[in-house]
Design a protein around this ligand. Structure first.
Ligand SMILES: Nc1ncnc2c1ncn2[C@@H]1O[C@H](COP(=O)(O)OP(=O)(O)OP(=O)(O)O)[C@@H](O)[C@H]1O
Ligand SMILES: [Mg+2]
Length: 287
């Protein structure tokens, strides 16, 4: 069976900052349409660098970047095509926000695409609603709290309606409500067909939200189903990641013979609650 062509793909990608050691080498990373991918790895492992290579902000020192299967040309036309497909929300919102007000900032990208005013207004409204910041539309960006700036920066990317939305630690600094709102917004985007790649240090969030994981460790990049990779103790140790809560609970239940080897593991407290309820109502656990 042949898999469909990834939307964007790094092939044997290598990169080093000027006069620095290699940050990434020989990295293969395919982003297939419609996926939710969590990128994990310790501080300084190269997550931000990888996301910048993927979105064209940095250029591979070796290897290549493909868009819909064709090598990206780093000229004006090639980069414009890449940037209308792939949007990166950077780690620090202060590196992204520059307009005087939230509304102006979010409208900047769509306006730059040359869209009619009506369409720009619609997209801005939609993006502000998605991130729950409609009330902040006229507020000066420099007076916002960190979490509000973070949401405004994400809204700016969402307003571009990219096929691939890449976010560098989007939940860092958001309060629990803000995180839930963001996950809901991402769910709606995914339902609309948007592919999402997110760098995060939160293994629980990754297990709950992603279907694929990409883990950077000194051995390189490993990609695969999130449940499988985040249950691999050797990989977690190499990448200095904690085992997710759900994986630990599943192990405990299995060790006590309460959960079958092939049964789905709980990924959230709500999953566990549903499992307990089902088991109590209709016990069918392996003996
Ligand atoms: N502009 C730069 N110039 C030189 N070296 C850099 C630059 N940006 C990052 N590096 C180095 O590249 C390596 C990878 O950094 P990167 O920011 O990609 O890591 P990261 O996984 O995103 O880390 P974090 O979890 O802290 O965000 C680090 O060793 C870092 O010091
Ligand atoms: Mg980073």
């Amino acid at each position: 069976m042949t898999s469909p062509t990834p939307v964007v793909e790094l092939v044997k990608a290598g990169f080093a900052y000027e006069d620095g050691p290699a940050v990434l080498s020989g990295v293969d990373f395919a982003v297939a349409e419609g996926r939710a991918i969590a990128l994990l790895g310790r501080n300084g492992s190269g997550k931000t660098t990888l996301l910048r290579l993927l979105s064209g902000g940095l250029r591979c020192g070796s290897g290549s970047l493909l868009l819909d299967g064709a090598e990206v040309a780093y000229d004006r036309k090639g980069l414009t095509r890449l940037r209308t497909t792939v949007q990166l929300v950077v780690q620090d919102p202060d590196d992204q926000l520059f307009a005087a007000s939230v509304g102006q900032d979010v409208s900047f990208g769509p306006m730059n695409l040359g869209l009619p005013e009506e369409e720009v207004r619609l997209r801005v409204r939609e993006a502000l609603e998605a991130l729950d910041i409609v009330a902040l539309e006229d507020r000066p960006t420099h007076l916002l709290s960190y979490g509000q700036r973070k949401r405004a920066a994400i809204a700016g990317a969402v307003a571009m309606r990219p096929r691939v939305l890449i976010m560098d630690e989007p939940t860092a600094g958001l309060d629990p409500h803000g995180q839930e709102r963001l996950l809901e917004a991402l769910e709606r985007l995914r339902e609309a067909g948007t592919t999402v790649v997110m760098a995060t240090h939160d293994v629980d969030l990754a297990l709950r939200w992603a279907d694929e994981a990409a883990v950077l460790s000194p051995a390189g990049l490993r990609t695969g189903p999130v449940g499988e990779l985040l249950a691999d103790d050797a990989l977690l140790t190499a990448a200095r990641l904690r085992r997710p809560w759900g994986t630990s609970v599943a192990r405990l239940l299995r060790a006590h013979g309460l959960l079958g080897a092939d049964a789905a593991e709980p990924r959230t407290p709500e999953d566990l609650d549903a499992w307990v309820t089902a088991e109590v109502a209709a016990p069918g656990r392996p003996s």
